[in-house]
Unconditional design. Structure first.
Length: 520
């Protein structure tokens, strides 16, 4: 028996043994208890076709065509899936359907044969953040109202049912679901999962949850689309339109799944911002967003096992800091030096909030003096206070200026340095996560902007990039006659020859040329 046949056989047992009263999910939504949630079934044809496909139910009228359009597969009739993903446009009803599936499996399914005596099975809904999780929980409570006699107890983030099932909600963290027997995991908006402890939280959460799934447990992901990277994109690339795949990938526009949505509004927003609008409503991956640096890019320049380098007499060190007020962002410091044709990183410090900025400045000044470094470059966040406070402890604070005045300028210069192997980074997990999480977005004017995703931070990445880019003059790589452009073609695919600069003015002209041609 093949793996695919084995999965389908086990799902057949689920339909026969886990649904005690033989009520399919499509029958449940037309029952007296839930029909009020689906007043016009004609507007739910897209989701009904999806549910029929996931649970291996006979297709109703019109479903076959919808399934073929949304999966680009033809062999799905009568099959069922233990793992399914629905990439649906904004406003398509994803969170509502997540709550429906969770409620159905908790109420109608019998999981007792897979549990030890006294053990509870969990139906988990994992969302991007607490607010979104509470939205899903609100829908679930609505579905549970007709079954109030089944509710044993209700808490802030989970509900115990008398049949031994607990419905729980959680944010996207690898700690979600650990230690529980999982009947079903529903991942809501997984393309937007962000976590300070993981660059790929969706992958990590799935890996942490799958070992806890019961034999016939279901793993379902529903999300809008985002950039061409991450778990959703990789799953789409591997399974969408692939006949015989045991993973279902469903791709549908907002109007396909929710024909009541305002069509004129969608058209207007797509005209205003085509890339974003088509991702939001047409379930297409955004072409204007991409990862800043890949895992392999960073592995090539990270010195495994090197956490810190002690100061060496006679070496000239430079430093960069990203100050903060101590309430929201971290206060970070990076120290590095030039060695041959590379920027070698020696020290990386971070103080997470809450903290006293005055105490952090005093600590950092002591570290700087240990490296015989009596000045530090930083942004203009702190203004006069920051400069005066560092000066009080004997360190000159220099605001960023010139070509590298903004954070975006710093990142735009740091990227080709990494791709060309011009830096040696410390082995620091926080740094690796922040650099891998950065995104490059193309603005309306054609200029790229680099920033961290909403809800995350880049304080450590900023100081590492900052101290690296302040060392152009010390490195003298791009503007030295001995530099034969052996590295630049790996960045831009073009040869610039020997770029020699005898003056600051000429240096600026060369850098500007590289910028215009997309190298920087």
């Amino acid at each position: 028996m093949s793996q695919t046949e084995y999965v389908h056989e086990r799902m057949s047992r689920l339909r026969s043994s886990a649904t005690a009263d033989s009520t399919s999910i499509t029958k449940a939504i037309t029952s007296d208890k839930w029909s009020s949630h689906f007043k016009d079934l004609g507007t739910w044809k897209g989701w009904i076709a999806f549910l029929e496909t996931v649970f291996g139910l006979p297709f109703s009228e019109g479903s076959q065509e919808i399934v073929e359009n949304c999966t680009e597969r033809r062999d799905l009739s009568g099959k069922s899936f233990r793992e399914a993903y629905a990439m649906v446009g904004r406003g398509g009803g994803k969170s509502f359907i997540s709550a429906l599936i969770a409620s159905y499996l908790a109420i109608y399914a019998d999981w007792s044969q897979y549990l030890a005596k006294g053990e509870r099975a969990w139906v988990f809904c994992v969302a991007t953040d607490r607010r979104q999780a509470e939205v899903v929980l609100g829908y679930i409570k609505g579905f549970l109202e007709p079954f109030s006699n089944m509710v044993l107890r209700s808490r802030a983030m989970d509900i115990d049912l008398k049949n031994g099932i607990t419905i729980g909600i959680s944010t996207c963290t690898i700690r979600a679901g650990r230690g529980f027997a999982l009947a079903c995991v529903i991942m809501d908006e997984l393309a937007f999962w962000r976590d300070e402890y993981s660059a790929n939280p969706a992958d990590d959460v799935i890996w942490s949850l799958q070992p806890r799934l019961l034999d016939n447990g279901l793993l379902i992901g529903v999300s809008s689309s985002y950039g061409p990277f991450g778990c959703l994109y990789e799953t789409h690339k591997e399974h969408f339109g692939k006949e015989g795949s045991d993973v279902l990938f469903w791709k549908a526009s907002t109007l396909t799944m929710n024909p009541t949505y305002n069509k004129e509004k969608i058209e207007k927003l797509i005209r205003r911002n085509p890339a974003k609008g088509r991702a939001e409503f047409m379930a297409e991956f955004r072409e204007d967003v991409e990862t800043y640096l890949s895992e392999s890019d960073l592995e090539a320049v990270t010195m495994t096992g090197r956490r810190m380098l002690l100061p060496i007499p006679g070496v000239r060190y430079k430093a960069f800091t990203d100050p903060s007020g101590g309430k929201k962002d971290s206060f970070a410091l990076a120290i590095a030096h030039v060695e041959g044709d590379k920027v070698v990183h020696d020290r990386l410090e971070e103080r997470k909030p809450p903290y006293d900025p005055d105490i952090v400045v005093r600590e950092y000044c002591k570290i700087l003096k240990n490296y015989n470094c009596h000045q530090v470059v930083g942004d203009e966040f702190g203004g006069v206070w920051c400069a005066s406070k560092f000066r009080e402890y004997g360190i000159r604070y220099i605001p960023t200026s010139g070509l590298l005045k903004t954070k975006n300028d710093i990142y735009a210069t740091f990227q080709p340095m990494v791709l060309s192997g011009m830096v040696e980074l410390l082995d620091n997990k926080r740094l690796d996560l922040q650099l891998r999480s950065l995104e490059t977005r193309t603005q309306s004017g054609g200029r790229d902007s680099v920033d961290h995703p909403k809800g995350q931070h880049d304080d450590v990445a900023n100081v590492v990039a900052g101290v690296s880019t302040t060392m152009y003059k010390g490195l003298n790589l791009r503007l030295n006659a001995d530099y034969t452009a052996s590295r630049l073609p790996t960045v831009a695919g073009k040869t610039y020859g020997n770029l020699k600069s005898e003056s600051k003015k000429q240096e600026h002209r060369v850098l500007e040329k590289l910028r215009k041609e997309g190298v920087l």
